[in-house]
Design a protein around this ligand. Structure first.
Ligand code: FES
Length: 115
């Protein structure tokens, strides 16, 4: 998985640019870093979502996870925890949750505001 990192001058109110919209497919989450935070962007049922790129199990990265577009899930590549790719809710351990981030698209670029 390619890590995208862009350095821009100035302050964008806490928003960071990530991948182009067309780089995020239903099968392939994209990881990038903004403001020192590791971010995962994925596409589920046509919509884009952003989460902290840390599995709710033990915090390992998720960009090599498997997306099931019919079920709308993301499965962690490390130990198999499954997440609702829309909400980040863990289906394997209900007490766990991916941390969602606000996302917007401007001129074909995904922008994320990590907290
Ligand atoms: S780190 Fe994701 S299931 Fe263990």
């Amino acid at each position: 998985m390619e890590l995208v990192q862009i350095q821009l001058p100035g302050d964008f109110g806490g928003w960071y640019p990530g991948p182009r919209v067309d780089e995020v497919t239903a099968e392939k989450p994209v990881a990038f870093e903004g403001g020192g935070v590791k971010i995962l962007v994925l596409r589920v049922t046509g919509a884009l979502r952003a989460f902290r790129n840390a599995c709710a199990h033990v915090g390992l990265p998720l960009e090599r996870g498997t997306c099931d577009t019919e079920a709308g899930t993301l499965t962690c590549p490390w130990h198999g925890f499954r997440f609702n790719a829309d909400t980040g809710k863990c289906l394997s351990a209900p007490q766990c949750q991916l941390e969602p981030f606000p996302l917007r698209v401007t001129t074909g670029i995904v922008w994320v505001k990590p907290s």
